[in-house]
Every structure is written in structure tokens, then in C-alpha cells.
Design a protein around this ligand. Structure first.
Ligand code: HH2
Length: 287
């Protein structure tokens, strides 16, 4: 991540919050990213925040609970749940009343989108980070948009289909290597990149467990790691529960992710996750 130059002023930055993001990643405690889904069909909270007043209330709540970053998405990425593809116009129509208002709340906002034109609009509207669940490999213009705006990018591992026969860690590493080549040719600085193993995306539940257990291997790229296990299906494969009753499993996964080197945790349940990662970090600091 780019480090703010001495004397630089966050409030006059083109994208409020960008320099604060760099500082977040420099500190010892993992950062917590709160999920805001402005969608009718997200797997765990679809429909709850589609109305702008509800979305902004949720954004404010997550900030008061200790979120360091807000991740706003207007298209469900639910891999196996039959989420409908959303047209560019519709995605922007959902975001327009919410994203600039969320930016004004003062913490860095990331835009969770697979579409370069939506990312471009969001960055121009004040978003600080691109979160691409296809790691720059789906929309051929995404890397150029990030480079043009000098925006940090979250590169998430993904696959069209899970294949239980593959070595998932080798697959994730190969995917990251491809994404990093794309990023480099587009002119994205390496210190602007965060890597994410994409828990639940193109993975069997067992492979999601493996990705968390062996997260540390991905530190070999020398980049910050993000993990988003919140409420995901792999939790129910171990201990059956509907999405809104997977908090215990989410926290277990996130605490182990932190122990294995995660710098950012993406969650729907900010208060509980902030407490869990702070306690985990405090215990780890006593070793
Ligand atoms: N997971 C989801 C969406 N975006 N981005 C990153 N970087 N990492 C993740 O693990 C990740 C993500 C899926 O969760 P959610 O946003 O709640 O669901 P939906 O895609 O159905 O809206």
C-alpha cells in the first residue's frame, strides 16, 4: 500500500480515506472491513440494505462498531446460489444514492464490483479501493482503471467451478501470479495490492478450510492478505446452521486467519469481529 507522504492531508486527498487505508495496513492490529450489500439477493443479507436510509444506517452502525473500511457491493457474487447478473446501469443505480454518502462518513470505502466501468464511477465518486472478486482477470479494463486512479486493488482468487481433485493452494498461487502480471503490465504499483484467497469461491467447503489453515503460505507474495469467511457455506458444512446463525463459525475462521497472517478481515458482523480480532492480536502480542 502506498504510504502517505509526510505532511499529506487526508481530507484534501482526491479519495478521502486512501491515506488512512495505508496507515491501517501499517499497524499491528488487523483491519476490519464491514460488508454493505446494496442488493436484493445477497446470500446472507439480501434485501436488507437496498433502501438508501437502511444502507446508510447500517454503514453508520458498522463505523460506530469499529469498522476500518466499508466494502460496498451492488451485485451479489454468490457463486452457487443462483445470483442474477446485474447490468451496469442497474448496479450504478443501486450505488448512486449510497456510495457518495458512505464516503462522506469518513472511512475508506471499497467498491466490490467485477465491472471496470462501475469501479471507475465509484472511484470518481470517492471510493478508495477496488475489490475485484475476479482478481483483474474477468473485465479486461479493470487493471487500467485501477492504474489510472492510482487505486489500491483487492485481488481475490476465484474459479468458475470447484474441483475437489486440485491442490487448491497451488491453484490460488497460480491465479495470484497471473493477476500480478496483469497488474504490473497495467502499471499498478505492487504496494497497492492486497491478496484474498476467496473463501467459498470456486472451492469445496474443504478447500475453503484448507485456504484458511494454510493461509501463511500466501505470505510468500509479500503482500497484505484479506480473508472474508463471514457467514459462508463452508461453516455449515462443519456445523449446520443457516447464514444468519454462523457468527461463531465466522469468528473461529477469522481468528485463525489472523493467526495465520491476515491483515484485513471482511465481515457482516463488525462489533463481534472487532472484539475477536483485537483479543486475538493482544494474545498473540504476549508470546
Ligand atoms: N465475499 C463475498 C463478496 N465479495 N470480496 C472479497 N474480497 N472477499 C470475499 O471473501 C468476498 C468478496 C461474498 O459475500 P457477500 O458480499 O456477503 O455476498 P454476496 O456476494 O452474495 O453479496
Amino acid at each position: 500500500m502506498v504510504v502517505a507522504p509526510p505532511g499529506s492531508n487526508v481530507e484534501t486527498d482526491q479519495r478521502p480515506g486512501l491515506n488512512r487505508l495505508a496507515r491501517l495496513l501499517a499497524r499491528a492490529t488487523p483491519a476490519v472491513m464491514g460488508v454493505l450489500n446494496v442488493t436484493p439477493d445477497s446470500f446472507s443479507d439480501g434485501g436488507r440494505f437496498i433502501e438508501p436510509p437502511n444502507a446508510l444506517e447500517q454503514a453508520r452502525r458498522m463505523i460506530s462498531e469499529g469498522a476500518d473500511i466499508l466494502d460496498i457491493g451492488a451485485e451479489s457474487t454468490r457463486p452457487y446460489g443462483g445470483a442474477k447478473a446485474v447490468a451496469i446501469d442497474e448496479e450504478m443505480r443501486r450505488l448512486a444514492p449510497i456510495l457518495p454518502a458512505a464516503v462522506a462518513l469518513g472511512i475508506p470505502v471499497s467498491i466490490d464490483t467485477m465491472k471496470a466501468s462501475v469501479a471507475e464511477w465509484a472511484l470518481a465518486s470517492g471510493a478508495a479501493v477496488i475489490n475485484d472478486v475476479w482478481g483483474l482477470q474477468r473485465d479486461g479494463d479493470m487493471a487500467a482503471v485501477a492504474a489510472k486512479h492510482g487505486a489500491p486493488v483487492i485481488i481475490m482468487h476465484n474459479r468458475q467451478h470447484a474441483d475437489p481433485s486440485i491442490d487448491i493452494m497451488a491453484d490460488i498461487s497460480g491465479f495470484f501470479a497471473r493477476s500480478l502480471r496483469i497488474a504490473e503490465s497495467a502499471g499498478i504499483a505492487r504496494d497497492q495490492i492486497v491478496l484474498d484467497p476467496g473463501i467459498g469461491f470456486g472451492k469445496t467447503p474443504q478447500q475453503s478450510l484448507i485456504a484458511i489453515a494454510r493461509l501463511r503460505e500466501l505470505k510468500s507474495f509479500g503482500l497484505p492478505l484479506l480473508v472474508g469467511a463471514s457467514r459462508k457455506r463452508f461453516i455449515a458444512s462443519v456445523s449446520p446452521a443457516p447464514p444468519d446463525q454462523r457468527l461463531g463459525g465466522s469468528i473461529a475462521a477469522h481468528v485463525l486467519a489472523v493467526a495465520n497472517g491476515a491483515a484485513i478481515i471482511r465481515t457482516h458482523d463488525v462489533a463481534e469481529t472487532v472484539q475477536a480480532v483485537r483479543v486475538a492480536a493482544a494474545i498473540a502480542s504476549m508470546r
